[in-house]
Unconditional design. Sequence first.
Length: 122
Amino acid sequence: METPSHDGPVRVLIVSERPELPHSLDVATLAVRELDSDQLSAVRAAGLIAQLTVQLLRWQDSLTRAHGALDEAAAASQRASVARDHLASALEHTEQLCVRLSDARDVLDCHWPRQPASLAHG
């Protein structure tokens, strides 16, 4: 960006953020001042720094939200992992119980054979 050479003062529009709303350029205060070329260069540099700062603050906000979402996902993932382990354990116990009940039924069938359903109720 070239700095124009002027013999006299240059009129520029300066945008400064409100201190109570540091993240918002939308609600900026505007002022018009007469500046010499050195001041104009300084104002341009300050303006670029302000724009970069605002963009970095937006990125920081986005990264903070993403970090929070990842924290929630990790916690949910940990809870899901624990629930899966409990379910696997319950499934294993259920399978063992089914095998034991089947074995017990086989023992009973050896001593007292089952009757067909039509004879049992009739």
